[in-house]
Design a protein around this ligand. Structure first.
Ligand code: ATP
Ligand code: MG
Length: 176
């Protein structure tokens, strides 16, 4: 096969744990190489202080979380959707600026899955992205069209989770 080099569209999906942490592993690696990395989190509370955002702050990795902590029980879905659309505007600007090597769109599959942002719009932007830019997208229920379009897709499969088996909740360091 001819040697090719291009930035990849990566999707971490599925119901098992590890989608976001795998994306953060890429951030860590790329940062270590002096690559220009940027993270956009969807849905997670604006200003949430998870371990990863604290680390990003210490390392000087630009990080934006814009959301209201959406769950399927959220009362004001219109607001959740509006925040996701607003964040998507920021993402498009960052892709256009062509000043990054890796951009992570954490939990981005949900706004697509729920129809808040049209998948076709996203694919159009990804199609035109800077050639060497890697874009990593995480979240359950990745739309089929995105999976089709992406270069690298991994589905995390749950084998066991301590919440289900033992009722053990999320633990600092391991989950947030
Ligand atoms: P992580 O951020 O730990 O890599 P993730 O991104 O794969 O997890 P999400 O769907 O974003 O998973 O959910 C985040 C939270 O939900 C984590 O605290 C995680 O432990 C928990 N979680 C993930 N998968 C499961 C599961 N199969 N059952 C119960 N809880 C889960
Ligand atoms: Mg996640």
């Amino acid at each position: 096969m001819a040697k090719k080099k291009k930035g990849l569209v990566v999707v971490n999906t599925g119901n098992g744990k590890g989608k976001t942490t795998a994306a953060l592993g890429v951030v860590f690696r790329a940062w270590g190489r002096g690559m220009r990395v940027r993270v956009f989190q969807f849905l997670k509370h604006t200003g949430s202080r998870f371990g990863e955002s604290r680390a990003a702050e210490k390392l000087g990795i630009p990080w934006s979380a814009l959301g209201d902590g959406f769950t399927w029980l959220s009362k004001d879905l219109e607001r959740t959707a509006a925040l996701a659309r607003e964040q998507w505007e920021h993402v498009q600007a960052a892709i256009r600026d062509d000043e990054h090597d890796v951009i992570v769109l954490d939990e981005f599959t949900y706004p697509l899955h729920y129809g808040w942002i049209p998948v076709e719009d996203v694919l159009a932007v990804l199609r035109d992205k800077p050639h060497m830019l890697h874009v990593v997208i995480t979240g359950r229920n990745a739309p089929e069209a995105l999976v089709e379009f992406a270069d690298l897709v991994t589905e995390m499969r749950e084998v066991k989770h301590p919440y289900k088996e033992q009722g053990i909740g999320a633990q600092p360091g391991l989950e947030f």
